[in-house]
Design a protein around this ligand. Sequence first.
Ligand code: PEP
Ligand code: MN
Length: 338
Amino acid sequence: MIVVMQSDATENDIEHVVELVRSFGLRDHVIVGTDRTVVAAIGDKRDVDTSAIETAPGVDRVVPILAPYKVASREVKPEPSEIPLGPHAVVGGTRLAIIAGPCSVESRSQLLEIAHAVREAGAVGLRGGAFKPRTDPYKFRGLGEQGLELLAEAREQTGLAVVTEVMSIAQVELVSRYADVLQIGTRNMHNFNLLSACGQSERSVLLKRGWSATLSEFLLAAEYIINGGNHNVILCERGIRTHETYVRNTLPLAIVPAVKRESHLPIVIDPSQGTGHAYMVPAMCRAAIAAGADGLLIEVHHEPERALTDGAQSITPEVLVRTIQEIKQIAAAVGRTV
Ligand code: PEP
Ligand code: MN
């Protein structure tokens, strides 16, 4: 349930409500809004006497949260959240967040070349996997910690925020040491223990939608991270599996207005995993921004034909430059900047 405080409620009133909520064995989540503060009370409410909360000083009303997800829902927090992307940028503000880079970190020269190119093109984040989830265990699975060191060096040189995948609980501490944002991949969206472990990290989390997950399951996965104590969750649509074969995945952009209605969390679109084909990426970038997405996660490689992973869906830095130019016009039409 949500306890909506009166607009003139005092700090003491709020503290008292928090204590009451805790006394019923519920977890509190205080959200300070522009107009008034609300206290979300999360947990099993069967034995809770809501009248005790309703009559507490400074309380306006108590309303149930209808959505299955609670702290990720718009009901609890009507204003959109701005989530840090490293120290210099946010996702969810007026400015769109362009995160670009290779699918995988392959070598120092490869990463630095691409990092400088995407920085020049206007990106604010650098993506690149050091730990790669691979269907085929005999394929390149990433450089591991060496890849993380290279990402940190690229950040040092470019100022870009580093977004990189964490695949297991055992990696959370290590990846958090190097990354600005922990990426949870599509295959791990249902790994509830990993979600909770990332909830303990100080780093923002970019959560990819499971390729067969519903929107509700996606937001419940985000809920696990927030419940772990980490409010900084960025949602990422990367395409779902359908019967269609002309694309690697089907990219359902309708999720953007749906997320905006259901949640305060920002959403970025990954048109690279979302289509599997480089030629489709610019069009899907344009469409995503027109639909209201808060940013893009794009695979870029200076030599896509030589890429160790996902070359077919990687655009070149030249195409990224053109795409960002096109996006600028669309962004202006929907009240955003790049
Ligand atoms: C990736 O971003 O390279 C990746 C492996 O993503 P996903 O988890 O969406 O497949
Ligand atoms: Mn990839």
